[in-house]
Design a protein around this ligand. Sequence first.
Ligand SMILES: [Zn+2]
Length: 336
Amino acid sequence: MSPSGIRAGATGLLCCVALLFLAPAVRAQDEPQPAPLPVFEFHSGFWLNLHHTLYRQARLQRSNPAAGAGVGNLSPGEQRAWSAALAFYGKNYADKDLTVGLEMILIKNQLGDFETCEDLAGLKKRTCDAGLPAKLTEVLDAAAPVYRAHLWQEQDRSNRRWIAAVAPLVRRNGLELAHRLAEIYQTNWPTERIRVDVSWFASSTGAYTTLDPIRVTVASSDPRNQGSEALEVLFHEASHGIADGVQDAIFRECRQRDKPIPRDLWHALLFYTTGEVIRPLAGQAAPAGYVPYAVREGLYKRGWENYLRVLTQYWQPYLDGRVEFSDAVAHMISAL
Ligand SMILES: [Zn+2]
């Protein structure tokens, strides 16, 4: 119930005038800030979004040099700064994978941590010296005003819209899902909330996760990440941080049987598991039946047909509580 609703019944001019003055203080007491979300904390950070935007545009420009700078209506000065940033990203980062190399991961994490800073060299505030390579700092600080004037507002709005849409789902189902997935992977869910950097663009896959510390980057503009599917994407990504036990068990079973390790079986298992765990919770939002991400995006049709078969046949019984973890993995490996 809202405080204004309570007061709507009050009568008499004096009372209402008094309430007008009291209103802000009363409202602050009556409407405490909503409790922080469980499991995840969401960020829409300026520098991390700029970094991903430059990375994406540099890659686009490289594959299609006629694509131009990717931002319209720039003054000559803005054009110079933006082109220089794209050239720098094209030369130094566009060939690198955002998700694998330590260099890209460290840059991304650092830009996330310094999201509230006005510049990265620490010119305005000494604690804002992000300690990044000098040339990168220079390029980002020069591109920042261009980005802020022409792209950031729209991208930040898209990120915030995405967060507002997914937050109620996390609030309702987050803890339950986290416990269930930790139980399945026979481990503990991280005690700290997992940082999720929401970025207009994230990577060609629409979302990625880096470890130590575990952080998820998810694209707010990606059509694959919308609606109730956003919840599955979040928990799939977070599962990257807690599913070591699955990889270990697959390796162990393969070694014992002298079999090659089935490429990406562990990843197919993560997709399958998150989809199955989310499915019953998505009932109301998807009355016709929830379609898990891997089915929707056709992942099982691109070389994972056998994986879907063994997952359905041998892993599903484990999810249903009918067989042990190690037996399920052993059966899958012997059947492949
Ligand atoms: Zn994944």
